[in-house]
Design a protein around this ligand. Sequence first.
Ligand SMILES: [Zn+2]
Length: 63
Amino acid sequence: MRRIIANKAQCRKCNDIIESKVRTQRVKCSCGSIWVDGGKYYIKRGFKESKDDIIELSEFDGE
Ligand SMILES: [Zn+2]
């Protein structure tokens, strides 16, 4: 399994880059359209209106 180095994403609406650093820490962008969760344990994403608002920026080890 790939190791997560950075669990982050950018919001297409407000351009915020948000990062979840701790497991079960849900981090929202400033407009509230998207959130990231999972820290270095798992990649979890949520959104208010559309999945297309999420720009995936996560980095993995071993690629
Ligand atoms: Zn936003």
